[in-house]
Design a binder for this molecule. Structure first.
Ligand code: NAD
Length: 291
């Protein structure tokens, strides 16, 4: 049993914290949203009254927040995790944020003898609910080994991918593949329907062939039915495409398809679809064809 602090109990963090409670850990959680705190209590965790309270006495702290400003506010700011946690604590930031913030967090944490991993995840809401996430961790090998028994309560494919920030770079690569896949499935649906072919039947065939993918497997029915309840919001994918393009600039490489997909995601936001699931890229592709 490990004493855990968990901050950010949203679509992903909520079920993840629940799995950690079910695995026998003592979880104190905090979220600015009262409903999220109530869900943790219902799952058997303790609702803390702030970051300091959640982190008090914790051996491991997990953060699952939207983006880098929230990670900076919760971890680096006065009264945050670095100030409140005891030396030796392991901080596992599972948010998807830019690699440079993960590196800064690790450097600032080292000054307080707090160990850090950046450990973003893939697998979506279903992966969080089924404890089957893929987890890509950046940081020291020994800290990864210490985190593994905790991470096994929420994930299935858990890999140490390199030093601080490397987890975020792998996640950026993941997100550009996911965004591009959604854009192409959307184009396939638009082509099939405009040609008078049943898109559901057509995608069933694609799913069984070389074009098959996990996204096609999990999301083709909801896309054809235009069910865009999130899931993973377009707003968050917009953030992730920005992270991928900034990482490409940093690495001095060209990612032309990623650039194009980033603009489609930006268009989705501009059209007012930011709160819909990222499969709503279909609405953008349809609009381009006058649908
Ligand atoms: P979410 O918005 O549902 O959850 C974030 C939670 O953080 C919210 O409950 C919010 O109230 C809380 N929060 C924000 N600021 C806070 C603060 N200062 N103090 C305490 N709590 C605060 O988002 P999500 O979908 O759970 O995503 C979380 C992270 O996981 C993001 O970085 C996202 O990119 C990543 N991610 C999401 C998915 C997905 O399918 N939803 C998949 C993989 C990765």
């Amino acid at each position: 049993m490990t004493k855990l602090g968990f901050i950010g109990l949203g679509i992903m963090g909520g079920p993840m914290a629940g799995h950690l409670v079910a695995a026998g850990h003592e979880v104190s959680g905090f979220d600015t949203n009262a409903d999220a705190l109530a869900r943790l209590e219902a799952a058997g965790g303790r609702a803390a009254n702030g970051v300091t309270d959640a982190v008090a006495g914790a051996e491991v702290v997990i953060t699952m927040l939207p983006n880098h400003p929230q990670v900076e506010a919760v971890v680096l700011a006065a009264g945050g995790v670095l100030e409140s946690a005891k030396p030796g604590t392991l901080l596992i930031d599972m948010s998807t944020i830019r690699p440079e913030t993960s590196i800064e967090v690790a450097e600032r944490a080292a000054e307080r003898e707090i160990r850090v991993l950046d450990a973003p995840v893939s697998g979506g809401q279903a992966g969080a609910e089924q404890a089957s996430l893929s987890i890509m961790a950046g940081g020291d090998e020994t800290d990864f080994a210490a985190a593994l028994p905790i991470l096994e309560a929420v994930g299935k494919t858990i890999v140490h991918v390199g030093p601080h920030g490397a987890g975020q770079v792998v996640k950026a690569a993941n997100q550009l593949v996911v965004g591009g896949t959604y854009a192409l499935i959307a184009e396939a649906i638009v082509l099939l329907e405009a040609s008078g072919v049943d898109a559901g039947v057509g995608l069933d065939v694609l799913a069984g062939g070389l074009a098959g993918s996990r996204i096609l497997e999990l999301k083709r029915k909801s896309m054809v039915a235009r069910d865009f309840a999130p899931g993973f919001r377009i707003d968050l994918h917009h953030k992730d495409m920005g992270i991928a393009l900034a990482a490409a600039r940093q690495a001095d490489v060209a990612l032309p398809i990623t650039g194009l997909v980033a603009q489609l995601v930006a268009a989705g936001r501009a059209m007012g679809h930011g709160s819909l699931d990222h499969s709503a890229l279909l609405k953008v592709v349809e609009t381009l064809s006058g649908a």
